[in-house]
Structures are given as C-alpha cells and as structure tokens.
Design a protein around this ligand. Sequence first.
Ligand code: HEM
Ligand code: HEM
Length: 180
Amino acid sequence: MSVTSYTLTARTLHWVMAVLMILMLAAGLVMSDIEDPALKSTVYGLHKATGILVLLLAGFRVLWRLSHAVPAISAALPVWQRRAARLAHGGLYGVMFLLPLSGWSMSSAAGYPVSFYGLFTIPDMVAKNPELAGILKDIHEVSANVFIALLAAHLGAALYHHFVLRDDTLRRMGYRKTPK
Ligand code: HEM
Ligand code: HEM
C-alpha cells in the first residue's frame, strides 16, 4: 500500500529525536571545556542519561518503521539522489545506535557507571579496561563527526526540496496539512 506522509508517531519521533540528538551533539562538543566542576558533572550526567533515552527511542523507532508504510522517495529524482537519500537515512539510523552504544560502553570501560537521571544505575556494558575505553572514545568521536556530516547533507537536502524543488518532502514530515 502506498502512503503520502509519515504516521503521526513517526513524525513525532523524528522531531523529538532530532532535537535531542542536536542538543547531545552540542553538549558533547562543549562539556569537556566547562570549568565549574559541579556544572561539568551535571552536564556529563545529563549527556549520558539522555543518550540512553535516545537509544531507547531509536529502538522503538526502528520497530515502528519496520511495521508501518512510509512515503516513497520521489520517483522524479535522479537515481543517485534516491540512493544518496537511502544511504543518508540508513547512516542516520546507524549513528542513533552507534553513538549511545559507544558512549555507554566507553563509560563502563572507563569505570564510570551510567545513572539514568539519578533514578537508577544502568548495568555496565563491559568490565573496566582503560585501553578499551580509549578505543571506544575514538569510536564515539568519529561517529559524532559522521553524524555532523550526515546532518549537514540531510538538512541541505530538506531545504533544497522545500525551497528549490518546492516539492512535499519537508511537508510530509511536518504537522500542517498539505495545501490542495
Ligand atoms: C545521541 C547520542 C550521543 C551523541 C550525539 C554524543 C555526542 C558526543 C560528542 C560530540 C562528544 C565529544 C567528542 C569529542 O570530540 O571528544 C561526546 C563525548 C562524550 N560522550 Fe557522548 N554522545 C552521545 C551519547 C552518549 C552516551 C549514551 C554516553 C554515555 C552513557 C556518552 C558519554 C560521553 C562521554 C563520557 C564523553 C566525553 C569523552 C571524553 O572527553 O573523555 N555519550 N559525546
Ligand atoms: C534538523 C533538521 C531536520 C530536518 C529539516 C529534517 C527533515 C527530514 C525530512 C523532510 C525527512 C523526510 C525525507 C523523505 O520523506 O524522503 C526526514 C527523514 C529522516 N530524518 Fe530528518 N530532518 C532533520 C533532522 C534529523 C536528525 C537530527 C536526524 C537524526 C537523528 C534525522 C533523521 C532522519 C531519518 C532517519 C529519516 C528517514 C525516515 C524514514 O524514512 O524512516 N533527521 N528528515
């Protein structure tokens, strides 16, 4: 069955996760430079807990995606653009998992258990191992850079569709009804 827009759940998950992931990126990039020790520890704690929340939402999102129809990428586009869109979307799904999983395992390997907003402590993913923590930190950093590159392409494509091609690509991910 073909559909013309994303389900309300898919749209809501897209925008909630977009905001969370961009805030996570910003926090990750600045938090090691914070001077005040109390503020630094709060931001690290929020970064880790919210990353785990992103992981949970990503899991639910993939299950939802696999069990619901999505609008087809416009057949009017050149083949390379349709391929690039699929590749970028796949990559964005990839970093939704890779970033939290590398962050969580890096914290465990560094010997810092992860608290979920002070409510409970999440089990360690791996045993303490400083050498492994260094490798996982590199993976976390590289994934963050891949995310930045994918996001730039994704945002550029969304704006190009909306303002240059003037098609309904952005609208079908939005909440306003498409004008007839
Ligand atoms: C959406 C998910 C996430 C994003 C976008 C993200 C992004 C980032 C970024 C951009 C950095 C700075 C990397 C650098 O240039 O050094 C960072 C650092 C860090 N992240 Fe994440 N992160 C995510 C999830 C997590 C999770 C789930 C945890 C732990 C449970 C975590 C723990 C850390 C830690 C401890 C650092 C500091 C590493 C260090 O400087 O020693 N992150 N993150
Ligand atoms: C910042 C502004 C953003 C805009 C304007 C935007 C816009 C869009 C649009 C218009 C679509 C629909 C594409 C289509 O129907 O072919 C889409 C899909 C998608 N976006 Fe974004 N997005 C943004 C941020 C993000 C972020 C931060 C992420 C990563 C977490 C993300 C992940 C995705 C994914 C994975 C899809 C594919 C959905 C699917 O078909 O399953 N987006 N986005």
